[in-house]
Design a protein around this ligand. Sequence first.
Ligand SMILES: Nc1ncnc2c1ncn2[C@@H]1O[C@H](COP(=O)(O)OP(=O)(O)O)[C@@H](O)[C@H]1O
Ligand SMILES: [Mg+2]
Length: 253
Amino acid sequence: MKINPSDLGLAARVTGLTKTYGRGDGAVTALDDVSVGMRRGEFTAVIGASGSGKSTLMHVMAGLDTPTSGRAWLGDSELTALGDRELTRARRRGAGFVFQSFNLVPVLDVRANILLPFELDGRRPSRDDLQWIDRLIDSLGLAARAGHRPHELSGGQQQRVAIARALATRPDVIFADEPTGNLDTRTGREVLALLGESSRAHGQSIAMVTHDPVAASHADRIIMLSDGRIAHDGGPLPAGDVSDLMLSVEVAR
Ligand SMILES: Nc1ncnc2c1ncn2[C@@H]1O[C@H](COP(=O)(O)OP(=O)(O)O)[C@@H](O)[C@H]1O
Ligand SMILES: [Mg+2]
């Protein structure tokens, strides 16, 4: 049976996902039978100790990495049923990325960096796409910077460009892996507010990995991983409760 996750209101979904690195005595189980769905329009925070499998889960859900076993869907595509070329295409169409290290192309200006996902996908942005991108550039306060190159921008501005680039194609899900990790506290808060706003105002589904309880408190949903398993999955929580949750698994380990 072909399950269509969009019928279920899900932007991305994994079932029975296991990811093992290495073999024999040296094998590490990064994900251990994880099943979870990301609902459309939802802003999900993924928390958990270092090494608990957060990045691995994001990478498999986004089609950047393949699981050892289990299945993954992004939008209408079952990633785990695709060959390499189709997987690349599904990832380019369905996923946006925001990384800790911004990952902008140094020789391209701000506007060209934001248009890059279209370029990579070999398609021209439509007039509607271009209007949306102009709105993004304006609303992210980048209008005066559109012709600048990344090295001419502050860290916070570079991360705003990365967010604009992720939003540009209106992907099924934006995956953000510790997007505030390289920013000072205040700039980090601004970037978080922006992600929250993208989700609330534009219905963009976002999955964000974070260590920071305050960052997680911006989310509609909080998933916690512990040793490659889901240890908590629930609604929004104030930062203090997120801290307690994180401590509870640290103590139990
Ligand atoms: N490429 C890799 N090769 C071997 N082990 C890896 C690799 N990537 C991650 N791991 C291991 O998998 C586990 C989960 O890693 P990761 O998903 O990066 O956790 P997190 O993002 O929560 O810190 C860790 O034990 C890590 O050392
Ligand atoms: Mg990580």
